[in-house]
Design a protein around this ligand. Structure first.
Ligand SMILES: [Zn+2]
Length: 123
Protein backbone atom coordinates (compact mmCIF):
# COMPACT_ATOMS: atom_id res chain seq x y z
CA UNK A 1 0.00 0.00 0.00
CA UNK A 2 2.81 2.40 0.88
CA UNK A 3 4.42 2.00 -2.50
CA UNK A 4 1.18 2.58 -4.38
CA UNK A 5 0.73 5.73 -2.34
CA UNK A 6 4.18 7.03 -3.16
CA UNK A 7 3.55 6.40 -6.86
CA UNK A 8 0.35 8.37 -6.60
CA UNK A 9 2.10 11.16 -4.73
CA UNK A 10 4.78 11.33 -7.42
CA UNK A 11 2.03 11.62 -10.05
CA UNK A 12 0.35 14.46 -8.16
CA UNK A 13 3.66 16.28 -7.75
CA UNK A 14 4.38 15.89 -11.45
CA UNK A 15 0.90 17.12 -12.37
CA UNK A 16 1.50 20.46 -10.65
CA UNK A 17 4.00 21.14 -13.43
CA UNK A 18 1.42 20.51 -16.16
CA UNK A 19 -1.53 22.77 -15.48
CA UNK A 20 -4.61 22.25 -17.63
CA UNK A 21 -3.86 18.60 -18.23
CA UNK A 22 -4.82 15.31 -16.63
CA UNK A 23 -2.73 12.17 -16.37
CA UNK A 24 -3.81 9.20 -18.46
CA UNK A 25 -0.94 6.81 -18.00
CA UNK A 26 1.93 6.46 -15.58
CA UNK A 27 4.94 4.23 -15.96
CA UNK A 28 7.01 3.14 -12.99
CA UNK A 29 10.31 1.38 -13.07
CA UNK A 30 10.98 -1.26 -10.48
CA UNK A 31 14.34 -2.91 -10.00
CA UNK A 32 14.28 -6.67 -9.80
CA UNK A 33 16.04 -6.52 -6.42
CA UNK A 34 13.45 -4.21 -4.97
CA UNK A 35 11.33 -7.28 -4.18
CA UNK A 36 8.06 -5.64 -5.05
CA UNK A 37 5.16 -7.79 -6.09
CA UNK A 38 4.01 -6.16 -9.31
CA UNK A 39 0.51 -7.61 -9.22
CA UNK A 40 0.07 -6.52 -5.62
CA UNK A 41 1.23 -3.02 -6.51
CA UNK A 42 -1.18 -2.83 -9.44
CA UNK A 43 -4.00 -4.05 -7.24
CA UNK A 44 -3.27 -1.49 -4.50
CA UNK A 45 -2.86 1.30 -7.00
CA UNK A 46 -6.20 0.60 -8.62
CA UNK A 47 -7.80 0.42 -5.20
CA UNK A 48 -6.51 3.82 -4.05
CA UNK A 49 -7.37 5.72 -7.22
CA UNK A 50 -10.92 4.43 -7.27
CA UNK A 51 -13.49 7.19 -6.92
CA UNK A 52 -10.83 9.89 -7.13
CA UNK A 53 -10.07 12.31 -9.95
CA UNK A 54 -7.36 9.90 -11.08
CA UNK A 55 -9.68 6.93 -11.46
CA UNK A 56 -8.94 6.45 -15.16
CA UNK A 57 -5.17 6.56 -14.71
CA UNK A 58 -3.44 3.53 -16.15
CA UNK A 59 -0.42 2.04 -14.43
CA UNK A 60 2.39 0.48 -16.40
CA UNK A 61 5.09 -1.36 -14.52
CA UNK A 62 8.49 -1.78 -16.06
CA UNK A 63 10.94 -4.25 -14.59
CA UNK A 64 14.52 -3.15 -14.35
CA UNK A 65 17.27 -5.75 -14.36
CA UNK A 66 20.10 -5.64 -11.89
CA UNK A 67 23.21 -3.96 -13.27
CA UNK A 68 26.77 -4.06 -12.06
CA UNK A 69 29.84 -2.09 -12.99
CA UNK A 70 33.31 -3.56 -13.13
CA UNK A 71 35.92 -1.87 -10.92
CA UNK A 72 38.69 -2.60 -13.40
CA UNK A 73 37.44 -2.03 -16.93
CA UNK A 74 34.40 0.05 -15.93
CA UNK A 75 31.97 -1.79 -18.16
CA UNK A 76 28.32 -1.94 -17.15
CA UNK A 77 26.49 -5.21 -17.53
CA UNK A 78 23.23 -6.90 -16.63
CA UNK A 79 23.54 -9.56 -13.96
CA UNK A 80 21.88 -12.83 -14.88
CA UNK A 81 21.46 -15.85 -12.61
CA UNK A 82 23.29 -14.02 -9.80
CA UNK A 83 26.50 -14.15 -11.80
CA UNK A 84 28.16 -10.83 -11.02
CA UNK A 85 31.40 -11.57 -12.86
CA UNK A 86 32.51 -9.00 -15.41
CA UNK A 87 31.82 -10.33 -18.93
CA UNK A 88 34.82 -8.45 -20.34
CA UNK A 89 37.70 -9.08 -17.97
CA UNK A 90 36.17 -11.79 -15.75
CA UNK A 91 36.80 -9.76 -12.60
CA UNK A 92 34.61 -10.42 -9.60
CA UNK A 93 35.23 -6.92 -8.26
CA UNK A 94 31.99 -5.46 -9.49
CA UNK A 95 29.55 -3.18 -7.74
CA UNK A 96 25.84 -2.92 -8.03
CA UNK A 97 24.78 0.29 -9.79
CA UNK A 98 21.07 -0.32 -10.24
CA UNK A 99 18.34 -2.85 -9.69
CA UNK A 100 16.69 -1.75 -6.46
CA UNK A 101 15.04 1.41 -7.72
CA UNK A 102 11.46 2.45 -7.69
CA UNK A 103 10.97 5.48 -9.82
CA UNK A 104 8.56 7.27 -12.06
CA UNK A 105 9.59 6.39 -15.61
CA UNK A 106 7.13 8.58 -17.45
CA UNK A 107 3.78 10.25 -17.20
CA UNK A 108 1.44 10.65 -20.13
CA UNK A 109 -0.86 13.63 -19.88
CA UNK A 110 -3.69 14.91 -21.98
CA UNK A 111 -5.04 18.40 -22.22
CA UNK A 112 -8.48 18.98 -20.83
CA UNK A 113 -10.97 19.10 -23.66
CA UNK A 114 -8.46 18.02 -26.30
CA UNK A 115 -10.29 14.78 -27.03
CA UNK A 116 -13.61 16.56 -27.59
CA UNK A 117 -12.31 19.05 -30.16
CA UNK A 118 -13.12 16.73 -33.08
CA UNK A 119 -16.62 16.05 -31.81
CA UNK A 120 -17.37 19.74 -31.42
CA UNK A 121 -16.41 20.66 -34.98
CA UNK A 122 -18.86 18.15 -36.48
CA UNK A 123 -21.84 19.49 -34.55
ZN1 LIG B 1 35.81 -5.81 -16.24
Amino acid sequence: MGIANSVLEAVRTEMTRHPGTYPCKVGVRIGEMAAIDREALRFCFEAIIQETDLESLELEIEACPRRHRCQFCECDFVVRDYNARCPQCASLETTCISGDELELAYLEVEEYGASTVGAKSTQ
